[in-house]
Design a binder for this molecule. Structure first.
Ligand SMILES: Nc1ncnc2c1ncn2[C@@H]1O[C@H](COP(=O)(O)OP(=O)(O)O)[C@@H](O)[C@H]1O
Ligand SMILES: [Mg+2]
Length: 256
């Protein structure tokens, strides 16, 4: 499984990406979770603890005298992913671009450069050929069109039952198709209230919905106390639905 999770802010990207990662790892897959969002989210849904102030990946890249970015000595994409990913529960490995602090993304430029290179190097890296790759992308189209998830064989577009969210979903799906014509695009409706909500989303998006995840107070409660949803409410309906989603995603044929 090689997926990138995209969609509007607050749609549930991190909740879904983190939970799918945990489920895949429990199923025996070796999982690398790729967090390119400058805002927190994925480490919470994975249950991997607070984000570090300085991303470990910051050590992976450096500038030479002419100002050109390159790998630090002895590092390439695969070694960067191995060395600077951190442990999350169930054996998931988490690679983070890093989070913005008061000074914006400037202080993590090295990590940002390294992260982008890693995602490209991973496409064919022998070390990761049999790994499950799960990317949690920030809201909106920017990283899709700048090719931050070239490893994605499937783009998972998360959409809420609202007009705004559906508009964003259609837009990011269009960009993903342009950027990666060989990838498949699936729409996942999140926080769905019932059958009517689901057909509402389907109409708004104008394409079939691959999976639906119910609105679930348990997920919201997990967020309030800062525990991963899969740990706090493992039997909640939303988590059951993400199990089904993960199963369907892992059945999908790889790109030819
Ligand atoms: N199925 C759901 N039911 C209830 N709340 C949800 C559900 N999915 C996500 N949430 C809540 O919605 C908010 C946004 O989710 P998050 O995964 O952080 O979105 P994103 O990563 O797309 O910005 C969080 O507070 C999360 O707990
Ligand atoms: Mg998020």
């Amino acid at each position: 499984m090689r997926i990138a999770v995209v969609g509007k802010g607050g749609a549930g990207k991190s909740t879904i990406a983190g939970t799918v990662a945990r489920i895949a790892a429990r199923g025996g897959a070796r999982v690398l979770a790729l967090d390119s969002d400058l805002l927190p989210g994925l480490s919470f849904s994975l249950g991997s603890g607070p984000d570090p102030a300085v991303p470990p990946l910051q050590q992976a890249a450096q500038r030479d005298e002419s100002g050109q970015w390159g790998w630090s000595p002895g590092i390439d994409a695969a070694t960067a992913a191995q060395r600077f990913a951190t442990d999350a529960p169930d054996g998931v490995r988490l690679l983070q671009r890093g989070k913005t602090g008061r000074e914006g993304s400037g202080p993590i430029t090295a990590a940002s450069k390294a992260f982008w290179e890693v995602t490209h190097g991973l496409v064919d890296a022998p070390e990761f050929l049999d790994w499950t790759l799960i990317g949690d992308l920030p809201a909106g189209p920017h990283q899709i069109s700048r090719d931050w998830a070239p490893y994605a064989e499937t783009y998972v577009v998360v959409v809420l039952p609202t007009v705004q969210s559906a508009l964003t979903a259609r837009r990011v799906a269009r960009l993903a198709r342009l950027q990666s014509p060989q990838a498949q695009i699936v729409f996942v409706a999140n926080r769905v209230g019932g059958e009517r909500d689901l057909s509402h989303v389907e109409r708004l998006v104008g394409e079939p919905i691959f999976a639906a995840i119910p609105a679930d107070d348990g997920v919201a409660a997990a967020e309030r106390i800062g525990v991963a949803p899969i740990d706090h409410v493992p039997d909640a309906p939303a988590i059951a639905a993400v199990h089904e989603l993960a199963a369907r995603l892992s059945e999908q044929p790889a790109r030819s």
